[in-house]
Design a protein around this ligand. Structure first.
Ligand code: THU
Length: 130
């Protein structure tokens, strides 16, 4: 199964009764394992979680900690961009050269690197004393 198929399939299970906006995410590890996630909203709106966060949680729960490639899909006029927080979450487990494909349901894709999505990323080196 391609990352696109995996992301599109899990998107169907998204729980998005408040926004009506279903998102699917799929991650591939360097070893070829694929993990997926969808957004899970909550009546207390800030408690909702993004698709990317769900996919990362599934990867970590399986004992994997490296992302080799990511794919995000939603029913959007333009390929759906990950939110700012999810860019930082991806950067915890993916190098800035990792390809993140943004997609919509009608087949438009935008292929970007994580570095393009998160220029000036905060990393652990920034916590070193000057
Ligand atoms: N959403 C994601 O799942 N990932 C993103 O990167 C962008 C936003 C979800 C959160 C919320 O459930 C819905 O899309 C509308 O913001």
């Amino acid at each position: 199964m391609t990352l696109r198929d995996a992301a599109a399939a899990v998107r169907e299970n998204a729980y998005a009764p408040y926004s009506g906006f279903k998102v699917g995410a799929a991650l591939r590890t360097p070893g070829g394992q694929v993990f997926t996630g969808c957004n899970v909203e909550n009546v207390a709106y800030p408690e909702g979680t993004c698709a990317e966060a769900g996919a990362i949680a599934a990867m970590i729960a399986a004992g994997e900690t490296l992302i080799a490639e990511a794919y995000v899909i939603a029913d959007s006029p333009e390929p759906v961009p990950p939110c700012g927080g999810c860019r930082q979450k991806l950067a915890e487990f993916a190098g800035l050269d990792v390809v993140v494909t943004l997609a919509n349901l009608v087949g438009v894709e935008k292929v970007m690197t994580l570095g393009q999505l998160l220029p000036g990323a905060f990393g652990k080196g920034h916590m070193d004393p000057a």
